[in-house]
Design a protein. Structure first.
Lengths: 175, 311, 422
């Protein structure tokens, strides 16, 4: 089993994302965070924790939402029975005029992000949407790029992001 | 997780696990309703046909909205009841729709088993929107979901169905679903409107509504068809109202948090009084809202047509 | 054609015979060993010869409903099933309530039929239950019994008169027992299955009330009542008690009532829809018992062909009835003989000897010397699947398609002529 990022590497990647976010928007003005199910939700929590640590505001709270893209996938007919249980898409805040930070674990073809963008705009008109991903695998099929990348790993191999919350360890491995 | 099924013909065939998948899938669809864009592209390019051999504005509209919120193209066909026997056969109608590449056919029919006949001869996904006295699975599922949403669990839950159980496909689908989920189901109505051997399905039978309602956590009032009186199944509407109308007075004997349900359309003042229908315990309007979400979930959860015949 | 069938197991209840022997057929009759040996000899080793099967209840649909069946196709189907004589019910168009229709059927049967055809006349004109048909004239034209099958005589006075009047012709009155007001719009047995399927039920009592009434009228009149297609435990019991009291009543059942139950209606298959309907397991057991204790005298098919289009309709809209000629013998062998409900000899009584005796068919139902050479040859080791494409009848409305059987007719001889051979 090849490990791409171990626990320390995982943390470094999260920190790298935070640095880039703060460079762009130091005051985190009007920021709202939206995590993509499943791993993007955990990752976005990791990012907001790191951001609040950096700003030394332990109680820093951003409006927070989650997105499940199942209903917006363009390959639903090809999945057969391998469709996971749909999870909640919850945007419990008014996203009009917000700066949305969209978080996912891996950026690959760009199709998932395309679906997520469709969902976000079905809730209203955000001021900006920026994308943060832990791993960029390259191999894009759509003209979509991340604004913040934790780690670049251009590869056609399937990889898996593991999180403490589920797999009891933070790391990224090649399957 | 989706259902490894192409058809939804009845809840008799769904097991507990499948029913739970449906219950767990509804909320994401319901949450669509609060967005400014209440639509997802899930069924974009798919064709949904509602084929109704019986008038039903409510169910047809509910399916239509459900399909449209999933971006499907919807075609509504209403066939006059008179042509059931005289006109084109059901199978030929179905085959015509299939030749037009219908992906889902939602059928309502006055005769039991019509959806099964269609499913046997077509490739499209068939959804039963109510057939004769057999089943009305999506109504059963939306009732199940509405109860689940309010009561959170079916364990030790007492659900009472009141009225014409004999001719009620809604009752049948409710009984299958609720008993499988672990609820205790009772029915109350005159013996002439209780189907034979119903107790074999794990249902307790009452003739006295005042007695039956005492322990109910949920009461589902069925629509009484007034033409049943002509078949001597009950002597008069007046007597039916006396014995079986859900009234405020009867509710006073029930649990404080009893849920009042009705599949609609209601005969206000006959099987249910207005004050009962409009009371705080009533979830009748929520049933309608949930109906759309449940039907969206069903459209999503059925395995799409395998190997589509594309031109 | 004269020939001998040798080395064959001959099962003939009329002679209490079950032994390997030879059969000699000369000029259409069964003869004892002739002086000069026949040139044609058929080896019957491993096979069984029984007196030709007489099916006392069928619908040949001609005249008027030739899209379902004709006398030609129906008798061919019967021959394939090992049946040498069929009685045909009068619900044709026009119905058999007039002599010309009887004559037409007999003529058609003579020209195109391959087995013997015995028409049954209407009890009442057009089977409307209002006025007696010309029973005497019909008898002279050639009917074997009277019945308003499917449209039972609801008026007790008229049924009384029918039983009374027919006595002078020794014509049995065949009654399809059904209280139509009680069965109302029912399409299947009333019970848990009708509840589950949401189909209107027909209670067993809809049959039993009429069985009971007709037995009382037979007692009153001394007429010969034959009860058609008994399907319930209660009916069997009523007949059993009536027989004990010496009332002139005989009865038949059909293979589906001892082979299938209303559990088989499960998927709304209209090929399981017939009247009376498939009943419960308890009824099925009672029918088997009534066959074995002699309460039920005959097994008949109630062969009722309907087109595929009609049977593909919604269950409620599809007509009642199934075909039966081609599966009767195999069902009797597999369901009754193999399960030790009847011995082979008792089974032959139900399908040949008793029908001939009850309906006064001279020189049939027996392999005695001098009898008409109507013979069914059975291969008890013939394994086969009953397939739709093998059906000879014009219609294929059978719930037994796809079933595997052991034992079937391999040769059917009618009046000394081999009319079917496999």
């Amino acid at each position: 089993m090849d490990i791409i990022l171990d626990s320390a590497g995982f943390n470094q990647a999260v920190e790298k994302i935070c640095s880039e976010i703060l460079r762009d928007n130091p005051s985190l003005d009007n920021l709202a965070v939206v995590g993509m199910h499943t791993k993007g939700v955990f990752l976005s929590k990791r990012i907001t924790e790191a951001l609040s640590k950096r700003l030394k505001k332990p109680s820093l709270q951003f409006p927070f939402g989650t997105i499940d893209i199942t209903l917006y996938r363009d390959d639903i007919d090809d999945l057969g029975l391998d469709i996971p249980l749909i999870k909640d898409t919850e945007i419990p805040f008014d996203l009009n005029k917000k700066n949305i930070l969209l978080v996912d674990d891996v950026l690959f073809t760009g199709r998932t992000v395309r679906a997520a963008l469709d969902i976000l705009i079905s809730f209203g008109r955000p001021k900006t949407i920026k994308l943060a991903v832990l791993i960029d695998r390259g191999n894009r099929e759509f003209p979509i790029e991340a604004n913040y990348v934790g780690f670049k790993y251009p590869s056609a191999k399937k990889i898996k992001v593991e999180c403490k919350e589920i797999e009891k360890v933070d790391r990224v491995i090649v399957l | 997780m989706i259902l490894n099924r192409k058809y939804l013909l009845g809840l008799q065939n769904l097991d507990k696990k499948e029913l739970q998948i449906v219950l767990d899938s509804v909320r994401p669809f319901k949450s669509l309703f609060t967005r400014s864009v209440k639509k997802a592209p899930t069924l974009l390019g798919k064709t949904v046909v509602t084929l109704f051999y019986e008038p039903s504005t409510r169910t047809r509209t509910s399916f239509e909205i459900a399909a449209k919120r999933l971006s499907a193209d919807v075609v509504n066909i209403t066939v006059a009841a008179s042509s059931v026997v005289k006109g084109e056969s059901l199978i030929d109608t179905g085959k015509t729709l299939q030749a037009m590449n219908a992906d889902y056919i939602i059928i309502r029919h006055s005769l039991s088993g019509a959806p099964d006949i269609l499913a046997r001869s077509l490739d499209a996904s068939i959804i039963n929107a109510g057939d004769g006295f057999h089943e009305h699975p999506t109504q059963g599922l939306l009732d199940l979901y509405t109860i689940y949403e309010k009561k959170k669990s079916f364990e030790n839950l007492n659900v009472l169905l009141v009225g014409d159980i004999l001719h009620s496909r809604v009752a049948k689908s409710n009984i299958w679903a609720l008993t499988k989920m672990g609820a205790k189901v009772s029915v109350a109505g005159p013996p002439t409107l209780i189907p034979p051997k119903i107790e074999t399905l794990g249902v307790e039978v009452y003739y006295d509504l005042d007695e039956a309602i005492k322990k109910a956590d949920v009461v589902n009032i069925l629509r009484i068809q007034l033409e049943r009186q002509k078949e001597n199944l009950f002597p008069s509407v007046h007597e039916y109202v006396e014995l079986y109308q859900l009234t405020k007075a009867r509710l006073a004997k029930a649990k404080k948090d009893i849920l009042i349900m009705h599949p609609g359309p209601m005969n206000r003042g006959i099987e249910i009084s207005s004050d009962a229908a409009d009371s705080v315990n009533s979830v009748i309007n929520e049933q309608v809202t949930n109906g759309i979400a449940v039907r969206m979930a069903v459209l999503f959860l059925l395995k799409p047509k395998a190997g589509k015949n594309e031109l | 054609m004269n020939f001998e069938i040798k080395n064959i197991r001959v099962v003939d209840p009329s002679q209490n015979k079950d032994a390997v022997d030879s059969l000699f057929i000369e000029n259409g009759l069964i003869v004892s060993k002739p002086g000069k040996a026949f040139s044609k000899v058929i080896d019957g080793s491993g096979k069984i010869a029984i007196p030709g099967i007489i099916d006392i209840h069928s619908h040949l649909r001609e005249p008027g409903l030739e899209n379902k069946e004709t006398i030609k196709s129906g008798t061919q189907s019967a021959a394939k099933g090992g049946i040498t004589s069929v009685f045909c019910m009068p619900n044709t168009k026009p119905p058999i309530d007039n002599a010309p229709t009887v004559e037409f059927i007999l003529l058609k049967a003579q020209k195109e039929g391959v087995v013997n055809v015995f028409p049954i006349g209407c009890i009442t004109k057009n089977s409307q239950g209002a006025e007696l048909s010309e029973i005497g004239v019909l008898k002279r034209a050639g009917i074997i019994a009277i019945s308003d099958d499917g449209e039972p005589v609801s008026n007790s006075q008229i049924m009384r008169r029918a039983l009374e009047y027919s006595k002078m012709f020794s014509l049995p009155v065949i009654s399809h027992c059904e209280d139509k007001e009680l069965s109302a719009l029912g399409v299947m047995n009333e019970g848990l299955n009708s509840t589950i399927l949401g189909l209107r039920g027909i209670p067993a009592q809809a049959e039993e009330i009429m069985v009971s009434r007709d037995i009382m009228l037979a007692e009153l009149t001394g007429g010969h009542l034959h009860i058609a297609h008994i399907s319930t435990a209660g009916s069997a019991d009523l007949v059993r008690r009536a027989k004990k009291r010496g009332i002139k009543v005989t009865a038949e059942t059909c293979p589906h009532y001892f082979s299938l139950t209303d559990d088989d209606v499960r998927v709304f298959d209209a090929n399981t829809k017939m009247n009376p309907p498939l009943r419960s397991k308890k009824d099925l057991e009672a029918i088997r018992k009534a066959l074995s204790d002699g309460t039920i005298d005959c097994i008949a098919t109630d062969h009722a062909p309907h087109t595929q289009e009609e049977k593909m309709r919604e269950f409620d809209a599809a007509p009642f009835g199934i075909i039966g000629f081609e599966t009767m013998l195999s069902l009797v062998l597999n369901e009754l003989v193999d399960n030790d409900i009847l011995t082979l000899s008792q089974a032959v009584e139900k399908i040949s000897f008793n029908p001939a005796r009850i309906f006064n068919l001279k020189n049939r139902g027996s392999l005695k010397e001098g009898g008409i050479a109507d013979i069914t040859i059975i291969d008890p080791q013939c394994f086969y699947e009953f397939k739709k494409e093998d059906i000879v009848s014009k219609s294929a409305n059978s719930p037994f398609i796809g079933r595997n059987f052991r034992g079937a007719a391999v040769m059917t001889i009618v009046g000394g002529k081999i009319v079917w051979e496999n």
